[in-house]
Design a binder for this molecule. Structure first.
Ligand code: NCD
Ligand code: ZN
Length: 365
């Protein structure tokens, strides 16, 4: 089948503003689908827009074995609405004790697409993560040999380091030495939030790439305190100053294949966010494509959305591009304040906001 070209249709108005956009089906290269009651809701919503997703392994307990990943993959496929085509790409959660053979076998059998490095204590469900990268050298060596990507939560976990500096410090103290030791290891620096990371990625070789979330392209740290404490704007890495957001936007729309889409959609129950100790994570899946489209539109770069959303990710992972398409229309629509199914209530990113773009659901039933 010939690969479809993106079609951008201009209105007849004098500004020739784009009214419709049809792009190749996108993938989400960083996603939390959770488990149990949340799983059905999260899977359904993501599969409306994305054909594949890299599924994070930070369940309790974490996904550390091939058997656990296969079982989780089955639960995800079982949670999909009837007839929906969606491929979960599973990841292994690295711990200090992780066995290189288990990882290698899982990759060679096509179960694991990548490994996830959470520095212990850095974020939600990371307590079992890696305390010192030196402890996982045999695994990194194996991954480098077999071409298995390492996905990195790029923050140091130390409470001595200011929370707004933890990503920048990670680049210097952990990532740079690791890349020197494993120069051929494929690494994705996940959900980058700083100008420092943008520059670091740009300066590195082709084995290093980064994902950018819809929310870090739109909010800066003021959003956490706008008129009061805003738990739904809280995620990790936490949003930074405005100039960092500017650098992320420039990187996302630049056409540089090292920056691609990863929503880090991380739903938590509404009551767990609106709490004296609110969970980190923004549920960005419900209007993910619309949110990216808004940003690309504001930056005058709608023609670059397709490559960011649907081409650079699979190319980095060495996977085929999707064949189907999805359409976006310039059509104002308002997001609900909460999304509820049974006992599960979640507040989405852009809750209650009217967005200028609407994505059609993937037509694959
Ligand atoms: C994620 C979660 O809730 O699992 N939270 C978040 O703030 N992004 C974990 C993560 O990706 O850091
Ligand atoms: Zn995440």
């Amino acid at each position: 089948m010939p690969t479809p070209e993106p079609t951008v249709t201009a209105d007849n108005d004098p500004n020739r503003s784009t009214a419709h956009l049809t792009i190749r089906e996108p993938d989400d290269w960083h996603l939390h689908l959770r488990d149990d009651a949340m799983l059905a809701l999260a899977t359904d919503i993501t599969a409306r827009q994305f054909a594949r997703a890299i599924v994070m392994p930070n369940l309790v307990p974490p996904v550390t074995t091939v058997a656990a990943a296969e079982a989780y993959r089955d639960r995800i496929l079982g949670a999909l609405p009837q007839g929906r085509r969606f491929t979960p790409l599973m990841t292994a959660y690295l711990t200090d004790e992780i066995d290189a053979d288990e990882i290698g076998t899982g990759f060679e059998r096509g179960v694991f697409a990548a490994c996830k490095l959470y520095p212990a204590g850095a974020t939600t469900n990371s307590a079992a993560g890696v305390t010192d990268v030196r402890k996982i050298r045999p695994v990194l060596e194996r991954m480098q040999t077999i071409g298995m990507p390492l996905l990195v939560h790029g923050e140091v976990a130390s409470s001595d380091i200011d929370i707004f500096d933890r990503e920048a410090v990670f680049l210097e103290t952990v990532l740079a030495p690791m890349l020197r030791d494993f120069p051929a290891l494929k690494v994705v620096l996940e959900h980058i939030t700083t100008a420092d990371s943008v520059q670091f990625i740009q300066a590195a070789g082709p084995t290093l790439a980064a994902t950018i979330t819809p929310h870090h392209l739109r909010i800066d740290r003021n959003a956490l305190f706008e008129g009061g404490l805003r738990p739904h704007a809280y995620c990790l890495p936490v949003a930074k100053r405005r100039h960092h957001r500017t650098a992320l936007r420039q990187a996302a729309v630049s056409g540089d294949p090292k920056f691609f889409l990863g929503t880090d959609s991380a739903p938590h129950l509404k009551q767990d966010k609106e709490s004296a100790c609110g969970c980190a994570g923004i549920f960005s899946a419900p209007a993910a494509l619309e949110s990216y489209a808004l940003t690309f539109d504001e930056e005058g770069a709608l023609d670059r959305l397709e490559a960011f959303a649907s081409e650079f990710g699979p190319r980095f992972y060495g996977l085929p591009l999707n064949e189907g398409t999805i359409s976006l229309h310039r059509e104002a629509h308002t997001l609900p304040e909460t999304i509820t199914r049974g006992d599960v209530s979640v507040v989405p990113f852009h809750a209650g906001e009217t967005l200028a773009w609407r994505a059609a659901e993937r037509a694959d039933r």
